[in-house]
Every structure is written in C-alpha cells, then in structure tokens.
Write a protein that binds this ligand. Structure first.
Ligand code: GLA
Length: 734
C-alpha cells in the first residue's frame, strides 16, 4: 500500500493497494476556472512513472482536447470521470452533490489544498475545495489500507460558520467511480424480496442510468448496495472486475451511468429523491464511505477481496470463530416459556450447541405480533420471576446466552407508545399507517436513543447476555419529526447513525457482547452495519435449496463468518420441501452454523446424526469462516455445485447435488488454489466404495492431481436420491 504524490505541484497522486493503482488528479477547467477532480486510472498496479504517463495520456474534460470523446454543444461526456460531478457548471449528468444556497443551485468549486496523512495501517488523501462565492467547503477523502485491495472514499460538505445563508443539500453521494473504457459492459448485482433475498442478477449494462435503491430507511430486501462491472468476458476465476459498495444501512441509491458516447461510472450515496437536509452555518454533513475494489481474478477474486477487507477492516471482531447457535423462533414462535426453552436448551447442549438464543415473545404482553414492542420487560405471565433463571439454566448447560430485541420498533398497543406517541416517526396531520401492526421509533431523537441505550444496557447487564439478535421489522413511512421543522428529513440519516451509536456504545460497555443484525430476515446487510455487528440473518426462508441461492448471492460480497445459517425442520415451514438432515446441515455449514428446530421432535437417530455433524463443523469452521472461498461447479441450488475453502494447510469442500436424476454434467470436480507439489491427505472423505476418484479417508493425493483431474464426489453420481451432499476435508501432509 502506498499513497504517492506524482508531481511537484501536489495535484496528482497514485493510491496503491496490494494489486491495484488508482490515480487522481486536480485539473483546471480552462473555460470556467473551476477545479476538476478526476480519476485518471483504476486498474492493475503501476509503478509511479507509468502512473504519471497514464495520467498524461488521459486528457481531462477541461483540457483543450476534451476527454478524448466526441463533444457537442449538448454534451460534456468527460464529467463522468470526475470523482464528484456536482450540480453546477456545464454538466448534464446525474449530480452527485446538489446544494442550494439561498435557493440558488449550482456549485462552482475551486481547489484549495490537498493533504496526505498516515493513520496506522492506512494512508489518506484529502482534497479540499470551496465554492467561488458561497460559504460551502467540500472535502473529498480517499483511503488505502496496507493489507487490502479496497479503496475507501467519502465526502464532507461544510457550511462555513459566520454567514446567514440558507443551505439545503438534496443529494450528497459518497463518490463517483469511473470504470475504464471497454467495448461493452456487464453488471452483476443482488435483488430479491422477503424470504427471497440476495438473488444474483447479471446483464448487459444499458446505455442510460441503472439505479438500485432503498427508500425504506433500512438497506432493504429488494436490492443490496453493491455492484460489479466487467467488460462482458470475466468468469468466476478470470477477467477484470470493478466493484463498488456503499457502507450505509438506511435509504440509499446507487446509479450506474453508461453514456451514449462511451464511458461508465457508478455513484452511490445515502438518502433518496425528495429528501433534503438543511445545513446551518458551522455545520457539516459527512457521507458514509463508498468502497471500490478492482480484481484481475474474476468474480471469485473480487469476492475474496471483499471478504478479506470485511474481516480485517469492517467487522469489530472479524477474526473470531463464531459459535454454533440455537434459536427458538421456528420451534416455539411467540410462545416462549421457561420450561420449554430449558428443555430445548438441554437438547441443544447435548448436540454441542454453544450459544442459546431466545427469540421474539419474551417481553411485555407479546403473545403475537399485535402488541408490546417498546415494553422491554419480561412477560409477566410467562416469566413471573423474570428471565434470569432461564439464562442461568442456559449457562449451567455450558452455553452462552442470547436474546431477541427490536429496539426501533414500537407497537401502538404498548405502554411506551401510550406514554410517548411523539417518539415515533410521523408527520403532522398525517395518518400513522401500520405495518406488521407496528410503527418505527424516531431514533434520531436523542431522548429515544438514550432510552434505548439505557434499557439495552440494563438488559445485557442483568441477564449477563452474550448476544443480541437486533431485529427491525418495519420500513419507514410517513417519516418526519414535527418538532424539527428545519431538519425534518434528517431523520433519514440521524436514525441510522444513532442505531450505529447505540450498538457501538453497547459494545464498548460490554466488550464480550456480540450482535446479529436482522430485518425481517436479510433486510439490513451492508458494509455500514457490519462495522457494528458480528453476523447477519440473511433470510427467513430456511429451505436449504432456496438458501443455497441466497447464500450464493450473499457470498459475492460478504464472508462466510457473517452469514448465520440454521438447520430447520423438514418439510420446510416456508416452502414445504423435504430434504435430508445431512443436506440441511451441509448447506448451513457454509456459513455460521445454527439450529432452529423443535429438537424435542427429532428422533434419537436424527439427534445422533446432528450431533456428529455439529462436531464435524467445529473441526472445519475456522477454515470455512476465515478461509479463502472458491465457488466451484454449477448454479447453487439448481445444479451440482461445490464450495471450497482454503486456510493454511486445511482444505474443506462442500459438495451439493439437488437432483436425483443428474445424468448430464461433469463427473469430476476439479479443486483449485492448492499447492501443486504438496501431498494432501484426506481427513474426511467420501464412501470407500472403490470408485476411482472417490476420496477414501486417509488416502493421499498430489495437489496437481486434485486440480488437473479432480475428484468424483459421491453426491455427484448421476443417479441417486434428491439432495445429496458431501463434506470433504484435506490436509497437507508435511
Ligand atoms: C423477523 C425475523 C425472524 C424472527 C421474527 C420474530 O421476522 O426475521 O427471524 O425473529 O422476526 O418476530
């Protein structure tokens, strides 16, 4: 990693990650005198002289030759190469910063200064600009890390103190990323819905603007704030891919523009259309970070780059092994009682579970979803003596203790709402429409934030909780804050920031506390929330076949150690599909293994098999949760597929075949990223039925054989039962 100044004037820099260079220049627009902050290069690593040459070859849009694209009186295509093309001057593209000063829109920014700072493992470039007349300062920040291939950028907008202008920001993106020229472009992104999150979509990028967004106040189920772009030819393990992700858990918008004259760029930021933030004198607005990652190693290399970065620089405890958990939701629903939970806890402990989580139904008069959110004390009928003895019982069984909460939710039928109806998001003279019979608390209010912090802190302290499942089941609507007329729309930012703050405070007060993010399943998964939590509940749909598709989508950006995955009942409660226990376990083992089933209904044989699978998972979880992941085979859930994880000397392969009749397709599964000269010994293998290529336990294979020829997993045999799977574990023999 390095941040290098490339010229005497201090207007040209190279930001180098391990494998990539990003070149930024400040140029003068000769026609207007405005500063243009331009991306000159983003691709494979370049030495300084080559980076200088790259910058010299790419003329900026303000230079006499334009940006080398066809310019007419009606277009200025080079604006797409700016780091933050603002609403102002000769620009017609999508503005990334839109500010009105005394109702006058159109910024005219001049260069002020640039500075380079080192901060531990990171180096940062700050480029300061100011409006020619208005009291507006803008700082563009960019940061590189010693052990990561991502570049983080963000923006500060400041209303200089002293004036009395009315400043209103209607858009502040975190940054625009230009994707180098290519004949064609293809995008990859995740879309979905409740119980169908993280579905991968891929297509040719149309000329025009393609927007993914959430207007829900949460990240959302229907899109996730990341995109990958390639020139059409990248594959799983080859080809160049440029990807961008936004670190924000409220409403957001990401737009990819492909211009008719050529050129593509991605910009993203918080907020959505129609939301405005007023900025009093002396105040500033800081955008959330947007991160970019270039990889020359296809989509697989891109995913591994993100996984590394998230584990090292985003997660608060990224290097920790996550425990095997049990969650009561699918077993008991809202009917949470001490005897029943303790009986489940005993069975869970027998299986080797390490963390027992009590889900919804323990508080207020919560017998169903109609009431009690906000009344965070133990349900008086079900827990007349509180929850302490339940969790003491859980701990006596050798497990950690976790509890479900939904701090941002409030039921109109609750003591909290009756006492503080003004604490919800609402607008004067407008209805408060309900969804899941609930409203949303306005976390932007400091009294609401402090109230949440107080009861959460008390709960964690009193019950000695190790884990919170923090849910959020109601998107924002009618979102306002009538007491704050000026900053009305600030709730969209302030709410999310204060959720982060409460989580951060709780963690600071309780260093052992771990948090799971959930929003009706996978509605809040993004790089922003991951900064404050440990794992995410990716979907309420726990059917293993559907889950494979969702996990494939999640794995594009997010590492296995953030992905909670439960084994639940068969037939599955969501979709009615029956699957073998082994398949359910093998799918859940691709993330952080959990169990969410009524264990009292499992036979002795099922419990034995489950116990053995939990033990197997514990032996390989370090490799799965922290190893480098390779996606092998066909489409997960639809075809034969496999996942390979490599960490130090251990290789773990999870193999899946959803279809009994799978006569076509490859017999051999070629492994990858092994040491070709090493000898691998099979620690856990397939059946010893003498089939060539089957990996019998204790057999030994050359790394090059396993990569060039492959293995023949039992699960991939052409005819057999539906839903077959294998776990194979190899270790280098020294
Ligand atoms: C949401 C979550 C579930 C469960 C319920 C409880 O739907 O996604 O896992 O916690 O809430 O009400």
């Amino acid at each position: 990693m390095s941040l290098v100044s490339l010229d005497q004037l201090g207007r040209l820099w190279a930001l180098n990650t391990r494998d990539c260079t990003y070149v930024v220049a400040v140029e003068l627009d000769h026609a207007t005198g405005d500063a243009l902050v331009l991306q000159k290069y983003w691709g494979p690593i370049l030495p300084p002289q080559a980076a200088r040459e790259a910058a010299a070859m790419v003329a900026g849009p303000g230079s006499p030759s334009g940006a080398g694209r066809h310019v007419t009186s009606f277009s200025r295509p080079g604006e797409i190469e700016e780091l933050l093309p603002v609403d102002g001057g000769l620009r017609w593209g999508l503005p990334t910063l839109q500010v009105a000063v005394d109702q006058v829109r159109s910024l005219e920014l001049r260069f002020v200064s640039a500075s380079m700072v080192s901060e531990g493992e990171a180096e940062q470039l700050d480029i300061a600009l100011e409006d020619r007349i208005f009291p507006i300062d803008v700082v563009l920040h960019a940061r590189v890390y010693a052990d990561s291939d991502t570049i983080a950028r963000w923006v500060t907008v400041r209303h200089r103190a002293g004036g009395d202008a009315a400043v209103e920001v209607s858009r502040l993106d975190s940054g625009n990323w230009f994707i180098p020229d290519a004949e064609d472009y293809r995008y990859r992104a995740a879309s979905g819905a409740w119980a169908e999150e993280s579905q991968l979509q891929q297509g040719r990028l149309p000329v025009g603007e393609l927007t993914f967004t959430s207007r829900q106040g949460i990240t959302g189920h229907h899109a996730n704030p990341w995109i990958m772009i390639d020139a059409g030819g990248a594959g799983e393990e080859h080809g160049e891919v440029w990807s961008v992700a936004l670190a924000w858990s409220g409403s957001w918008r990401m737009t990819t523009t492909r211009r008719p004259e050529g050129g593509t760029a991605v910009t993203a930021g918080f907020g959505h259309d129609g939301v405005r933030w007023s900025l009093p004198a002396g105040a500033e607005l800081v955008s959330p970070p947007i991160l970019g990652l270039y990889s020359a190693n296809g989509f697989g290399g891109t995913s591994r780059g993100w996984h590394d970065h998230i584990r090292r620089h985003v997660l608060p405890a990224g290097d920790e092994d996550r425990p095997v958990l049990y969650n009561s939701w699918e077993a008991t629903g809202f009917t949470v009682t001490e005897p029943e939970q303790l009986s489940l806890a005993r069975s869970a402990a027998d299986l080797g579970v390490e963390l027992f989580v009590v889900d919804d139904g323990w508080f207020g008069r919560r017998d169903d979803e109609h009431s009690s959110l906000g009344d965070w004390w133990p349900h008086r009928e079900r827990f007349p003596n509180g929850l302490r003895s339940l969790f003491d019982g859980v701990r006596a069984l050798g497990m950690k203790a976790g509890l479900w909460v939904e701090p941002e939710g409030v039921s109109p039928d609750s003591d909290l709402y009756r006492a503080h109806p003004d604490w919800t998001l609402h607008l004067e003279n407008r209805r408060r429409d309900r969804k899941r019979h609930q409203l949303v608390l306005n976390f932007a209010r400091t009294d609401v934030r402090d109230w949440a912090l107080e009861w959460l802190d008390r709960l964690v302290t009193d019950l000695r909780l190790d884990y919170l499942k923090w849910d959020m089941n109601r998107p924002f609507t009618q979102a306002g804050w009538p007491d704050q007329r000026q900053g009305h729309d600030r709730v969209w930012i302030g709410h999310t920031r204060n959720v982060y703050q409460v989580m951060a405070h709780l963690r600071a007060c309780h260093p052992g506390l771990r948090i799971e993010s959930c929003a009706g399943g996978g509605g809040r998964l993004d790089l922003g929330i991951l900064h404050h939590i440990d794992q995410v509940w990716p979907s309420d749909n726990t059917d293993p076949v559907d889950r494979q598709t969702a996990q494939h989508g999640v794995s594009q950006l997010y590492p296995a150690n953030v992905m909670s995955a439960w084994v639940t009942e068969s037939p599955n409660g969501n979709v009615g599909r029956s699957t073998p226990l082994r398949y359910r376990f093998h799918v859940a083992m691709a993330g952080v293994l959990g169990i969410g089933v009524d264990l009292t209904r499992w036979s002795a044989a099922e419990l034995d098999e489950a116990g053995a699978l939990v033990e197997q998972y514990k032996a390989v979880r370090r490799t799965i949760q922290h190893g480098r992941q390779y996606r092998l085979g066909g489409r997960p859930g639809a075809e034969r597929s496999a996942l390979q994880y490599v960490l130090d000397d251990q290789v773990v392969v999870l193999v899946y075949n959803p279809h009994g009749n799978a006569k076509s397709g490859p017999r051999w599964l070629r492994l990858t990223a092994l040491d070709p000269d090493a000898v691998y010994e099979v620690a856990v293998g397939g059946d010893t039925d003498g089939v060539p290529g089957r990996l019998a336990a204790n057999s030994r294979w050359q790394g090059s054989t396993l990569m060039a020829v492959g293995i023949r997993p039992t699960a991939w045999e052409p005819i057999g039962a539906d839903h077959r799977s294998d776990l194979i574990v190899l270790r280098i023999r020294r």
